[in-house]
Write a protein of this length. Structure first.
Length: 319
């Protein structure tokens, strides 16, 4: 492990202590499943599909985003307030809500398909958009470490509501030299020459909502201990189903879990007692996630920080 990684982490004494306390949470985990947009990436990536459209295209992203937002506002302002599950404060209500919003999540996509918006896009062009993906701090280091531990049977998988897996797969391929990571997402249909037909690839799973994610996670994770990583309310049901839920700070997942009376602990702010059975853990970045699996990183970070006289507690109190 390079010392530069310890420098990049720049973590507090509380975080370093918690890494040790929380190692037990990762014991026995057989599969790590992660969301893509705003979890692995620093921002949504749907716009990258629209960036492939020619200048002459009659409608761009803004047009279809307005369609989605009109449906979203109409539902949340006029329909949801009259539903018995409007509070979304337990699992049953959240499931009913997630089922209910599928038509909203499909509204802009269906409009694109109806107008053949993506017809003629070259798959290679779509894959090349991976160079415009902004990745969260620590993910590259995390996935490199995890893939070295599980070369034959990938421990890590991606579950996304994105409209395509093309640039997701290409990003991982370029970063890891090859991609063996399973990706579960929606996709567009291409002909044998790699030209988009402007329609959905019905051979892929239809993943639009948090409930869709939950159903697929149950299928791919059946009989295994799962860690799920996400950021938004679309990830909440999958987090509840999993054995360990890691929440990337900044999204709506933590607030929604608290709304459902689940306790969310913050790895960088809460002093976590060794006796606690932590299931919902909020982190700042993927360096936090990496430290839960790679114990050598904690030692390296401590040694680096001790040399620079920043950490004022004995090593045996941490390690």
């Amino acid at each position: 492990m390079k010392p530069s990684i310890a420098l990049k982490m720049n973590k507090s004494e509380i975080a370093i202590r918690n890494y040790k306390v929380l190692r037990k949470c990762t014991f026995g985990i057989q599969k790590i499943v992660s969301d893509w947009d705003d979890t692995i990436t620093n921002g949504d990536t749907i716009h990258l599909i629209f960036d492939c459209l020619p200048e002459s295209a009659p409608h761009k992203l803004d047009y279809f985003f307005k369609i989605y937002m009109n449906e979203y506002r109409k539902y949340h302002e006029q329909i949801l307030p009259h539903k018995p599950y409007k509070e979304r404060n337990n699992i049953e209500k959240e499931i009913r809500y997630q089922k209910d919003i599928k038509s909203i999540e499909l509204s802009s996509f269906d409009a694109c398909i109806k107008q053949h918006t993506f017809k003629g896009i070259n798959r290679e062009q779509l894959c090349s958009q991976c160079s415009n993906v902004r990745i969260r701090d620590g993910f590259n280091e995390f996935i490199t470490y995890i893939m070295k531990q599980t070369k034959d049977d990938p421990l890590f998988e991606i579950l996304s509501v994105n409209w395509t897996s093309a640039f997701i797969s290409e990003y991982l391929k370029r970063m890891l030299w090859k991609n063996t990571i399973p990706i579960y997402s929606n996709d567009l249909k291409f002909d044998n020459d790699g030209i988009c037909l402007g329609i959905s690839d019905d051979s892929r799973d239809d993943i639009r909502t948090g409930y869709d994610k939950l159903c697929l996670l149950k299928r791919i994770g059946s009989g295994k201990r799962i860690a799920y990583i996400g950021d938004s309310s679309t990830d909440v049901l999958s987090m509840i189903y999993s054995d360990l839920a890691i929440i990337i700070k900044g999204g709506s997942a933590a607030n929604q879990l608290r709304n459902m009376n689940f306790q969310v602990r913050d790895i960088n702010q809460d002093v976590i007692d060794p006796s606690e059975n932590v299931k919902f853990l909020q982190v700042d970045d993927w360096f936090d996630v990496l430290a839960l699996w790679n114990t050598d990183l904690i030692k390296l970070w401590y040694n680096y920080d001790q040399r620079n006289s920043k950490l004022m507690c004995p090593a045996n109190n941490i390690l």
